[in-house]
Design a protein around this ligand. Structure first.
Ligand SMILES: Cc1cc2nc3c(=O)[nH]c(=O)nc-3n(C[C@H](O)[C@H](O)[C@H](O)COP(=O)(O)OP(=O)(O)OC[C@H]3O[C@@H](n4cnc5c(N)ncnc54)[C@H](O)[C@@H]3O)c2cc1C
Length: 402
């Protein structure tokens, strides 16, 4: 793998850097309208959905170019796009499995944030064991009628549409009886209720569907193909923006070192403590491992290899690293690490702000706990790696599809 950028890529990076330095918002974006406007500024500049085909509003940009943009955004702590799930997950799923009519109807509106999207997969008794989901979609002749409950729906409260998995056949093995739909969640049969998290925010929702309507034309793929389609979605979710993430951690690392220089323990700067230095050194080495792992993913994507099951390795590795990283930050900051508001500027971190969250290390620490759960917990990633990457014997389960 060649880790050098071409002169064209370097020129692209310089132009991108200048654009972000000039255009990044100078104040925090608080309202939905402000975030939508920023998204549209990014879109107009060509920085949203860059990898999508040009006929649907993208530029078929290489994975490397996309990574450069993500990296430059992270460098200046630019706020994220508002339609993250639409762009990262729903769009690619429609591009892979949707009809031409789906592509024309939905993709440009996703890119322009005219319609915001969420992912309606998990249920109260179907998280890791997603194939056990019970939400039903019944064929009513000219449409499907949906009844059931979803949970942990990120950004459900601001979304207009959802990518839905629902059961359409109970007479076959559970993985085979699931179908994938596009559902308008702003209709009378859908009740979206926000949930409050440990961080104090309300990003999640419960979504109750009672006699909700899905048009026949909004089935994605074939009836019963939902499980297969979900695998595409999840591999995109797990592959992620790994290089940008590393850039954010690196700038947070420098903030942590600065904090360790400023804080004093026993009359001496914390950074003089050999134990603190050793722990910082160790986490920095781990950070470099993350950087090269991200470059490896990028190289595979650049060769046109889809994220696939190996994306589970990336996801497992960065999410577990993230927990160790923020645990160390809290250890170093001591009591300051517990404070969630009103810290002096030099004791804040902007790492979580760049992903649209709060600014304190305490917040980043709390948020890091989520990484080993969403889009499949660490235990589930290990099962996927064992079975689908390493080809180890499958876990013995009576209901498993052979
Ligand atoms: C921040 C965040 C955002 C999310 N956003 C969305 C969203 O937008 N849409 C959506 O549909 N869902 C979303 N989820 C839900 C997420 O997909 C589920 O939480 C996840 O799949 C785990 O399911 P669960 O919570 O039901 O836990 P469970 O499946 O009940 O798991 C509980 C524990 O048991 C372990 N476990 C379960 N099965 C096995 C096994 N076979 N082998 C070993 N260990 C096992 C798990 O690892 C875990 O530790 C989100 C979750 C988080 C944290």
């Amino acid at each position: 793998m060649d880790l050098r950028y071409s002169s064209d890529d370097l020129a692209f990076r310089d132009a991108t850097r200048r654009w972000f330095e000039t255009n990044v918002p100078k104040v925090e974006l608080k309202t939905l309208d402000e975030r939508r406007e920023w998204h549209r500024t990014l879109f107009a500049a060509g920085y949203v959905g860059m990898g999508w085909p040009p006929e649907y509003g993208g530029q078929a940009a290489s994975a490397l170019r996309q990574a450069i943009v993500a990296d430059e955004m992270a460098r200046v702590n630019a706020p994220p796009t508002i339609n993250g799930l639409g762009i990262g997950i729903v769009g690619p799923t429609i591009i892979h499995h949707g009809t031409e009519a789906h592509k024309h109807r939905y993709l440009k509106k996703i890119l322009a944030a005219d319609e915001l999207w969420c992912q309606l997969y998990s249920e109260p008794n179907a998280g890791s064991d997603l194939a056990s989901l019970k939400t039903r979609a019944e064929d009513k002749g000219d449409h499907f009628e949906v009844n059931g409950q979803k949970i942990w729906t990120s950004y459900g409260a601001i979304s207009d549409w959802g990518l839905l998995l629902a059961r359409t056949d109970t007479s076959v093995a559970k993985h085979r009886g699931i179908s994938c739909f596009l559902i308008n969640i702003r209709q009378p049969g859908v009740d979206v209720r926000p949930l409050k998290q440990v961080t104090g925010n309300q990003e999640f929702c419960e979504v109750f569907m009672t006699g909700a309507r899905v048009e026949k034309s909004d089935l994605v793929g074939r009836l019963g193909q939902g499980w297969e389609i979900a695998q595409t979605t999840l591999s995109y979710e797990r592959g992620g923006n790994s290089l940008a993430r590393v850039t954010r951690y690196t700038s947070a690392f420098h903030e942590l070192v600065k904090a360790a220089r400023g804080l004093r323990r026993g009359g001496r700067p914390l950074i003089d403590d050999p134990l603190v230095r050793a722990k910082l050194g160790r986490i920095y080495a781990e950070l470099e491992v993350q950087r090269y792992a991200a470059l490896r993913v990028l190289s595979a994507l650049d060769k046109g290899e889809g994220p696939g099951a190996a994306s589970s390795i990336t996801k497992l590795s960065y999410s577990e690293f993230e927990k160790r990283y923020f645990e160390l930050a809290l250890e170093i900051l001591g009591p300051y690490g517990q404070i969630t508001a009103g810290l002096p500027e030099q004791l804040n971190t902007r790492v979580s702000a760049s992903s649209g969250h709060g600014e304190t290390w305490a917040y980043a620490y709390l948020w890091s706990r989520a990484g080993t759960i969403y889009s499949g917990s660490s235990e589930i990633q290990k099962n996927v790696i064992g079975e689908r990457v390493l080809g180890l014997p499958k876990e013995a389960r009576a209901d498993r599809v052979k």
